[in-house]
Write a protein that binds this ligand. Structure first.
Ligand code: AMP
Length: 544
């Protein structure tokens, strides 16, 4: 009998501990920085980062954080946030990034559902927690991080730097398993509560490797990254993990970054890699055109979260010499799924055809399996015409939502995740999103549940029916338009509807405009047929 052949390679766990330790030794001299409003960038080295992260891990132990405990953040992008990003999962805890743009109701739900133990909160967003402090009983400690130089520490909270200065560093990381939970993010649903996605070390490890692949984003030690995507949005698209893995120079946006700050930092620091949602780039385009910043150091702008207009991609190439790369993904996919890179044989295609390809959402990155399936469950051909829901699977795609049996219908019997995005795939494998089965509006990168808004409107005593749809918007990409049917014989003003919603919704989720219609169109089974309304208002010109 011959000797066994299989399984003769090491079963080395794919945990982020490896990246951290490697980076600590190899890139000690490299820089990490944070924008501090009104001051020069705060800068320190990877060696400082590593030393402070080990001390933070010591602090977490002193705070009683054990394996699997949830360590949350409610914070802007900063080097402190990066320290929590690494110290929590490497000590065996689970990083939970909270979105401070959510309503108090959703934030309370999420903290309780995740059972967060400790929250590291920036002083400027802490008031959101203060308002719900008595409704989040699992939270034993809130640590305040000063996000501006003159920030006051509220409510006698312990302050991050003071705690860190006193903490004894952890001397060695615990041995982790690659399937251990690393972090979690909640994502908005059409109905019901936000759903938790839990990332594993293995998934994020492989995702980082994929981000560094030449045919993906080629993230490398040479890059100067500016982190604009909020660190609560799908782990800032995983770039703070990939950034440390590669040893890239990293600059964090700090509180409330504006397009002008972005342009100034890009120009001064020769930023080469900066991702953001289309809304941010639309504003930057106007500014660069007006004020003439030089942003040509940028070699890659991953743009996604919503569809990037072709005109934007073209303008950044031709006017600013900065390459945009249209990408598609989701919180549930860590987040990368596809990327619109031209293939070598397309380089001599006509310019128009090349831009047509780059305006699509791209083809699947290595590691992601993708198919489109129609309403009858039949897989559709890649002919650029047949439409279907995108279904995906892969090592960084979620297998199940956290503690949420009701969301089981998002997975197929044969092991695929149903994304809720509808697309066609061309014969070259490039997907083009054409619709969404999930009834959500994405405005400036933030979700609005149209179902939530319309059911609130239908709670108005003068309203019979209401449907809320997304209409195109030049700045926010999409905005909600409320289509309202008043009760018979009743008159109601648009302002009355908006005022009625004001204390129920986050400010940016309020519809800017209300149109009155005779009836909401219905499908054969009596459901609201929003396709008809979307078609009717597709050329809607927003007033603001
Ligand atoms: P999130 O989990 O909040 O990042 O949202 C993911 C969703 O955003 C996807 O399921 C899509 O509906 C949408 N999305 C992301 N990237 C794109 C893109 N490039 N084009 C169109 N929609 C996108």
């Amino acid at each position: 009998m011959s000797a066994p052949l299989n399984d003769l390679m090491m079963n080395y766990p794919l945990t982020l501990t490896h990246f951290f330790e490697r980076s600590r030794r190899l890139f000690a001299k490299k820089t990490i920085a944070t924008r501090v409003p009104g001051r020069p960038l705060f800068r320190y080295t990877y060696a400082d980062f590593a030393e402070r992260t080990m001390r933070l891990a010591g602090l977490l132990r002193e705070l009683g954080i054990k394996k699997g405990d949830r360590v949350a953040t409610l914070a802007w992008n900063s080097h402190r946030h990066l320290e929590v990003y690494w110290a929590a999962p490497l000590s065996g805890a689970v990083l939970h990034t909270l979105n401070f743009r959510l309503s108090a109701q959703d934030l309370t739900y999420i903290i309780n559902h995740a059972e967060d133990s400790v929250i590291f909160a920036d002083a400027s967003v802490y008031p959101m927690l203060a308002a719900i402090r008595d409704k989040i009983p699992t939270v034993k400690q809130i640590v305040c991080m000063k996000d501006t130089v003159d920030a006051a520490v509220p409510d006698g909270l312990p302050e991050y730097e003071a705690l860190l200065a006193r903490a004894a560093p952890l001397d060695r990381w615990p041995q982790l398993d690659e399937t251990d939970a690393l972090g979690m993010c909640y994502t908005s649903g059409t109905t019901g509560h936000p759903k938790g996605v839990v990332y594993t070390h293995r998934g994020i490890f492989l995702h980082c490797m994929a981000q560094a692949a030449a045919d993906t984003m080629a993230l490398s030690e040479n890059d100067v990254i500016l982190h604009v995507v909020p660190m609560f949005h799908a782990n800032a698209w995983c770039v703070p993990y990939g950034g440390v893995m590669t040893g890239a120079t990293q600059i964090f946006a700090g509180p409330n970054i504006q397009p002008k700050d972005i342009c100034e930092i890009v120009q001064a620091e020769k930023v080469s890699f900066v991702g953001a949602v289309p809304t941010v780039w639309i504003a930057i385009k106007e500014l660069v055109e007006k004020d003439g910043f030089d942003i040509s150091s940028i070699r890659c702008i991953p743009i996604g979260g919503s569809a990037a207009p072709r005109s934007l991609i073209e303008a950044f190439d031709k006017k600013f010499n900065a390459t945009m790369m249209h990408a598609w993904g989701m919180t549930e996919m860590s987040p990368i799924g596809t990327l619109a890179r031209l293939k070598s044989y397309m380089r001599d295609w006509a310019e128009d055809d090349q831009y047509a390809v780059r305006a699509k959402q791209g083809y699947a990155v290595a590691g992601v399996d993708l198919r489109i399936v129609n309403d009858e469950g039949v897989e559709q051909p890649w002919d650029g015409k047949s439409m279907g829901e995108i279904q995906v699977r892969g090592p960084w795609v979620l297998k199940s939502y956290y503690n949420n049996a009701a969301a089981a219908d998002r997975f197929t019997g044969d092991g695929w995740f149903r994304t809720g995005d509808v697309a066609v795939i061309d014969p070259d494998g490039y997907i083009q999103i054409t619709d969404r089965t999930k009834d959500l509006i994405k405005s400036g990168g933030e979700w609005i549940s149209s179902i939530d808004v319309e059911s609130m409107i239908m709670g108005h005593p003068k309203v019979l029916e209401a449907a809320v749809i997304a209409v195109p918007h030049p700045k926010w990409v999409e905005r909600p338009l409320a289509c309202v049917v008043p009760k018979p014989g009743v008159t109601v003003e648009a302002a009355e509807i908006v005022d009625f919603l004001r204390d129920k919704l986050a400010r940016w989720a309020l519809p800017d405009e209300v149109v009155f219609i005779d009836a909401v169109p219905k499908t054969s089974v009596g459901k609201f047929d929003k396709k008809v309304l979307r078609e009717r208002f597709k050329n809607w010109q927003p007033k603001s």
